[in-house]
Design a protein around this ligand. Sequence first.
Ligand SMILES: [Zn+2]
Length: 245
Amino acid sequence: MPNAINIYFSDTLKMKACGYAYLGYKKNRIFVSPQCITNTLTHEMGHYFNLYHTFELSFGSELVNGSNCINAGDLVCDTPADPYLPISFYRLDSSCSYKNITQDSLGLEYHPLTNNLMSYYNSSKRSCINSFTNGQYSRMLSNLYLNKWTYFCEVPTATLQNSSTNIELFPNPITERCILKFDSKSNLETKADIQIINSKGQNIYENSLFIPGQKEFDLTSLSRGIYLVIINTKQEILRKKIVLQ
Ligand SMILES: [Zn+2]
């Protein structure tokens, strides 16, 4: 079915896998084996919204000190380096603590998040995984808003209906500078948190400002592409897509 996430439950997945999803927005289907533990679907949803495993190696091995976290491992900086170990689950003690002391190439001991949904710290009988990090949420959110437009009944760049805040962002597309202007229907001055994230979900700007008001951004240091501006006024969260040309 188009414009939907199609989830298939099948007993006959290849290689006895628990689940399968296409990374990012390439294909809108997920396969899950009903015999696997319940968080398999959440894990596959993570892949579907562009998350890699915490032990991903295709971009190079993430260092424990986090110095290469932007370009290596799972490309998310608040998930600590996770060593790839077959049957990761058996490296945990009964309270889900990591017990197998291994070191990265600089000799630092790994302390992976053993509760992370994109790790492999689970088995067919027991699971330690139950959460995503804020960085993973940001990466998923940017994937959803920047790539999966068809899932929304209305284009999410528009100001929310019944919103007390109007946002204008101009020019859009942007060449080097843009102005973010807030109008509020109420006269009360409100503090809003503003965040700009890139298409990988990485936070490239974070600050707070007062609305009504306006803020000018110098974006000359950023590479061309699509960015997501998130404005949190505490009463509501507004999202706007900007294109840097
Ligand atoms: Zn996976």
